[in-house]
Design a protein around this ligand. Structure first.
Ligand SMILES: Nc1nc2c(ncn2[C@@H]2O[C@H](COP(=O)(O)OP(=O)(O)OP(=O)(O)O)[C@@H](O)[C@H]2O)c(=O)[nH]1
Ligand SMILES: [Mg+2]
Length: 296
């Protein structure tokens, strides 16, 4: 069998459905998904083999108007990916128009248009006529390789997208072992899952001003796993909010997270979560490196 590989970067504005697409393609939950913007903070890899092609997908933080040092590091992480990949999936929420996109981002995709598949996502939410107008808008201004219309949520159109992508694969080897589906340590995925629950259970600034670290990963004799995590919050009064009345909130977060982690590991998990205030954590090097961001 003639082995091939292709590396594909999934980029686009925040909330366009990039992580949803990655999960749909891989068929398991690797990347966290929420209805809020700026969910993904750094690149996540998923790996899938179709016929003889090993496809490596890299989910990236969404493009948005980054202001803080931490947000800028997220943005940089997305842009770095663009140069290194064979193919780019530019994912756009089809309810949005070109004018909603960041001007600098529009310039950078212009340079790369020849290695871009334009993908209009969430087609389940818009009527066909309007959708075709959006396609025309983009293609009047850009010379993309191809355009696809998909629903990352339902999977509509994804098969065709993958087939067309494998046609562009190259080289005569695979980059990862045959059975590998991700390239992110499980401890980081576990931190991400707890972070997703913070997004789902808590509102306004709290998810953005907090981060999660998995400190211990202990395999017990009974085959269960004990995981110790800490949620670092950026404001003193957030500790109480994350804990909730009589610890109710942290209990809910912990239970939801544990259920998801158990599903992925297919093992019983004992998850313990601490909440700590850490002044300025988003200006501290260790919290960048831990999740794969550059600290400049
Ligand atoms: N209706 C519909 N909703 C979708 C579709 N794809 C994604 N979504 C929803 O859009 C929201 C954002 O999805 P994510 O996958 O987190 O988006 P993202 O691009 O990874 O966002 P960031 O990581 O913040 O950049 C979630 O509520 C998804 O359920 C789709 O095809 N149809
Ligand atoms: Mg995401």
């Amino acid at each position: 069998m003639n082995k091939k590989n292709i590396t594909i970067g999934i980029i686009g504005p925040t909330n366009s459905g990039k992580s949803t697409l990655l999960n749909n393609i891989i068929g398991e939950k690797l990347a966290i998904v929420t209805h809020k913007s700026q969910t993904t903070r750094s690149a996540f890899k998923g790996i899938k083999i179709i016929d003889n092609t090993q496809m490596i997908f890299i989910d990236t933080p969404g493009i948005f108007d980054a202001k803080t040092k931490f947000e800028k590091a997220m943005l940089e992480n997305a842009y770095i990916i663009l140069n290194d990949v064979d193919l780019i999936y530019l994912l756009i929420d089809c309810k949005k128009s070109i004018n909603d996109l960041d001007v600098n981002f529009l310039k950078s995709i212009k340079i790369l248009e020849e290695k871009i598949f334009l993908i209009l996502n969430k087609i389940d939410l818009i009527d066909r006529e309007l959708l075709l107008l959006k396609v025309k808008d983009f293609n009047d201004r850009y010379n993309f390789k191809e355009t696809f219309l998909i629903s990352a949520k339902s999977g509509d159109g994804v098969k065709d997208l993958l087939e067309k992508s494998t046609e562009l694969s190259n080289s005569d080897y695979w980059l990862y072992p045959e059975d590998q589906t991700a390239d992110t340590p499980m401890a980081r995925i576990a931190s991400e899952i707890t972070r997703e629950k913070i997004f789902l259970f808590l509102h306004e600034e709290i998810p953005y001003l907090s981060t999660v670290e998995t400190e211990d990963w202990i395999k017990n004799k009974s085959r269960s796993i004990t995981i110790n995590q800490t949620i670092y919050v950026g404001k003193k009064n957030h500790v109480g909010i994350v804990l909730g009345k009589a610890g109710k909130m942290i209990k809910s977060i912990g239970m939801a997270s544990r259920i998801d982690i158990e599903k992925i590991l297919n093992q019983k998990v004992n998850l313990k979560i601490n909440v700590k205030y850490k002044k300025d954590w988003s200006n501290k090097k260790e919290h960048y490196e831990d999740i794969g961001l550059n600290f400049n």
